[in-house]
Design a protein around this ligand. Structure first.
Ligand code: PTJ
Length: 254
């Protein structure tokens, strides 16, 4: 951290890397999480490291969907806990959602470390730790299949970030609505989710908190209206077009 100069043009991005390395040292993050983040950084470059309009639209729909849900759950993995623990807790509070630890590389030590980070950030309850993850998502073979019977198992809306495609597919097959935050518009998660926020979790989660707060005053009818005309394929197509047009512009300006 001390080795990163104050005026380094990419200081913020480098500090995020430091956060991830620290989280890895505390067993919150797996080394594979660093690699996943690197892939994300590359896509973030391509979208200009800003929340673009395709993400703003998805954030609005996601906020309305969370407010309309009966049992919304925020699924937390190592990368999310390392980067945005306070905002995840705020989001859970604002949207009246539960927080559940769900890991691809599941280990009790990691589950506990992640729950501890969330409790430190003022979480009231964290599901999915140890014996609590006693229910099983059908047709899923990774450790992500183990979920809380009080949380993801009975949820109607699940928000997740940095995910492998298998669980998203399995959750959708169970009839759940899935809100995914993924910088890669081409990933299976992005293409399978009900709503895909193509943005960095470090920007998307705080923006989602604000949007939920803003939409809370709307009527149920207004919220249904926001959700009803949404087409996720259009959002993904918009992101891909944005990237290709941006690269085209950049190639002309060299
Ligand atoms: O903590 P665990 O055990 O659950 O493991 C988590 C990882 C991330 C290691 C695991 O889920 C994994 O291997 O994920 P993938 O299949 O690499 O997918 C991660 C996706 O998240 C990729 O499409 C990345 O582009 C994207 N991504 C990476 N960093 C960010 C991101 N999306 C949003 N914000 C980011 N900061």
């Amino acid at each position: 951290r001390d080795l990163i100069p104050e005026n380094h043009p990419r200081r913020e991005s480098l500090l995020i890397r430091e956060k991830l390395v620290e989280a890895m040292e505390k067993s919150i993050l797996v080394p594979q999480g660093l690699i996943a983040h690197g892939r994300g950084e590359c896509f973030d470059y391509l979208i200009g490291e800003k929340t673009q309009s395709f993400a703003e639209k998805a954030i609005e729909v996601a906020a309305a969907m969370l407010l309309l849900a009966k049992s919304p759950v925020i699924s937390v993995n190592g990368n999310m806990a390392a980067l945005v623990p306070e905002d995840l807790v705020k989001l859970a509070e604002e949207a009246n959602a539960k927080l559940e630890v769900n890991l691809f590389y599941r280990e009790v030590k990691r589950e506990r470390a992640i729950a501890e980070v969330l409790y430190k950030a003022n979480a009231k309850e964290v599901l999915g730790v140890g014996e609590d993850a006693s229910a099983t998502i059908p047709e899923l073979f990774s450790e992500r299949r183990r979920v809380s019977p009080r949380g993801i198992y009975i949820a109607d809306v699940v928000l997740l970030g940095l995910e492998d495609g298998d669980r998203t597919e399995a959750l959708v097959k169970m009839g759940k609505k899935v809100i995914a935050i993924d910088l890669n518009p081409l990933s299976r998660t992005s293409r399978t989710a009900t709503v895909t926020i193509i943005d960095n979790i470090t920007r998307a989660i705080p923006k989602l908190v604000l949007k939920v707060r803003e939409l809370k005053s709307k009527s149920r009818q207004d919220l249904i209206q926001i959700v009803s005309n949404y087409d996720n394929r259009k959002i993904i197509a918009e992101a891909l077009r944005y990237i290709s047009e941006r690269l085209n512009q950049l190639s002309l300006s060299l």
